[in-house]
Each structure stands twice: as structure tokens, then as C-alpha cells.
Design a protein around this ligand. Structure first.
Ligand code: ADP
Ligand code: MG
Length: 300
């Protein structure tokens, strides 16, 4: 059997299925970060993301500076999704021998500028020869135990919210986005956030990550999804991915106005969590609903 005939998420489940029960970690595979024991009041968070030339970026279209920035930004976004603060990064690169040394310097300039903006320290990595340019960034962070936001905490009756707007990230946001660490910290510090994820694969797929792991259903109000001015396609807003906005659920007495005011940016209520038996549906707030297609970015 070829790996492409297995769904990316089934593949991850296969690995998970081979592992013995976790001895120490509070949470292993399956959320935006692993959650590990740390101090009496805090957990340690760890996450890794890889970017590959020809799969994630084309060096004839984007600078190595932007690739370096994004390589760190995607992992900072995963720390944000848990409600945490990023602290350290470990950066590994596979470099073609013909690559100009200045290009690699550009990669680190982009990465280190963002690291400095978020007070993240680079503490190590690995360097290898490769046919194409590959980079992998592991970020370690921390979160107060009471502030941890997981994918599996959504409750029936919760409202579903999203920060900012969705779709059209291919026009530039996929490289230039600011990881929502500040916003996530304000959310977990000021509101009872039941579940949270960052939108990397697309709203539909990432919502399913929340509903599947929380064992609930959801209704999305089609007309409330905030569509970016970089696209006029609702379909794209639902499934294009790389928005790196926060998708979260919270008790229904929390309003989008209160959230937007506290965060100083637009937050939209886009639906509600219902029982698992009701499925995951989309439709006008007061109209007929259809099943939400599980559409978004998957590697295979
Ligand atoms: P995200 O989009 O938030 O970065 P992913 O979809 O990449 O998350 O990964 C989902 C979960 O699966 C995470 O917990 C991640 O650590 C885990 N995971 C992904 N690939 C592997 C792998 N090859 N081995 C072990 N765990 C993996
Ligand atoms: Mg994520």
C-alpha cells in the first residue's frame, strides 16, 4: 500500500495507535502542541513544523527571509492555540550545496527578527546536506495550568468564534501573518475558553478537529463567516487554509462585541456547538442547514 492512499490524519492515528500509554505527558499526539509536566502551576508546550521547498514554497516566488519568518511563525501559532507563551526554538535545516550563503543568512534574518519580536531564543538545531531546502522548527513554550486551551474541550451550547477574517492568504498573509500569541493570551486570561485551535488547514477541517476530539457537533452560520477582502469566495474562506487565525469555543453568554473590544480586533461569532448526534452543519442562521464538507489542506 502506498502512503498516498492513506489520509494524512489516519496516518498520524496509525502512529498514535502504536504507542504505549503516555507515562508522563499530559497530552501527546493530537493537539496543536504536546503538553508536558513542568512546574506546579505551569505546563511545558512543545510543537514542531516542517517546510519543504517545492511543497510549501517556491524560491523563485518568495524570498528566503519570508520562508525563515514563516518557519517560526507557524509554530508560534500552535503555541498561541494552546493559550501559551513561546520561549525557545530549535531550528534544523537541509541545505542544497549550491545554495548561496547569503540565502541562508536571509532565512535566519527572517526567523531571528520574528524570534526577537516574540522574545523567543534560538537554542540549537541540526544542519544537513539536501537536494532541496528543508527546514524544521521546534518551539517550546509554557502555559499556566488554568489557561491551557485544548481542542477537546468544546461543550454543547458553546458559541464558536473566529478572530480576523478568512481566505485569500495566498495573496501574502500566508507569509506575513502575525501569530496570534497576544490575542490568545488575552482570551485565556480574560474569558473561559473551552477549546481552541489555530486555522492552518482551513476553517472546515480545523473545526472538525475540535468537534471530533470534543465528541460534539456544530452548526456554522454561513452568512456570519468573515471573508477576507483578499478573496470574494466563501468556499475559499471555509477551506483554503493558512489563515493562522484562532478558532475557539466559549460559553454562550460571551459576546463577539466583548471579545472584539478586549482583543482590539474583530472577533466573529460563526456558530454554535451542538450534540454529536446533530452532526456538523452549515447554513444561514435562520435557514436550512447542510452537512459541512470536510474540505481543506491535507498532504495526502
Ligand atoms: P498543526 O496543523 O496544528 O501543526 P498537525 O496537523 O501538523 O498539527 O499535527 C496534528 C498532531 O499530530 C500534532 O499533535 C502533531 O504533533 C502530530 N503529528 C504530526 N505528524 C506526526 C508524526 N510524523 N509523528 C508523530 N506525531 C505527529
Ligand atoms: Mg495548529
Amino acid at each position: 500500500m502506498k502512503i498516498r492512499s492513506v489520509d494524512e490524519f489516519e496516518f498520524i492515528e496509525r502512529i498514535k495507535g502504536r504507542l504505549p500509554k503516555l507515562k508522563n505527558a499530559a497530552l501527546g499526539i493530537g493537539d496543536d502542541c504536546a503538553v508536558l509536566p513542568y512546574t506546579q502551576d505551569k505546563y511545558l508546550l512543545a510543537t514542531a513544523d516542517m517546510l519543504i521547498e517545492g511543497v510549501h514554497f517556491d524560491l523563485s516566488r518568495v524570498s528566503m527571509y519570508k520562508v525563515g519568518r514563516k518557519a517560526l511563525a507557524v509554530s508560534l501559532s500552535d503555541i498561541a492555540a494552546m493559550g501559551g507563551v513561546p520561549k525557545y526554538c530549535i531550528v534544523s535545516v537541509g541545505v542544497p550545496q549550491a545554495m548561496a550563503a547569503a540565502s541562508l543568512d536571509d532565512f535566519y534574518s527572517g526567523l531571528l527578527k520574528l524570534a526577537s519580536d516574540f522574545s523567543v531564543e534560538l537554542i540549537g538545531g541540526d544542519t544537513n546536506r539536501s537536494e532541496i531546502f528543508i527546514c524544521d522548527v521546534c518551539v517550546i513554550g509554557e502555559v499556566e495550568k488554568g489557561f491551557l486551551a485544548r481542542r477537546d474541550g468544546a461543550k454543547t451550547g458553546d458559541s464558536i468564534f473566529v478572530t480576523g477574517s478568512l481566505g485569500g492568504s495566498i495573496k501574502g498573509k500566508q507569509y506575513d501573518f502575525i501569530p496570534r500569541v497576544r490575542e490568545a493570551r488575552t482570551l485565556v486570561g480574560s474569558f473561559k475558553i473551552h477549546s481552541m485551535i489555530d486555522i492552518s488547514d482551513g476553517l472546515s477541517l480545523d473545526l472538525y478537529h475540535i468537534t471530533d476530539s470534543s465528541k460534539v457537533g456544530a452548526i456554522i452560520y454561513d452568512d456570519c463567516v468573515p471573508v477576507s477582502q483578499n478573496t470574494d469566495s466563501k468556499k475559499e474562506a471555509l477551506s483554503a487554509g493558512e489563515d493562522f487565525e484562532l478558532l475557539f469555543t466559549a460559553p454562550s453568554d460571551i459576546t463577539e462585541e466583548a471579545l472584539s473590544k478586549k482583543l482590539g480586533m474583530p472577533v466573529k461569532k460563526i456558530g454554535e456547538i451542538v450534540s454529536k448526534a446533530e452532526g456538523v452543519k452549515i447554513g444561514k442562521e435562520k435557514g436550512r442547514k447542510a452537512e459541512l464538507k470536510k474540505r481543506g489542506f491535507k498532504h495526502f
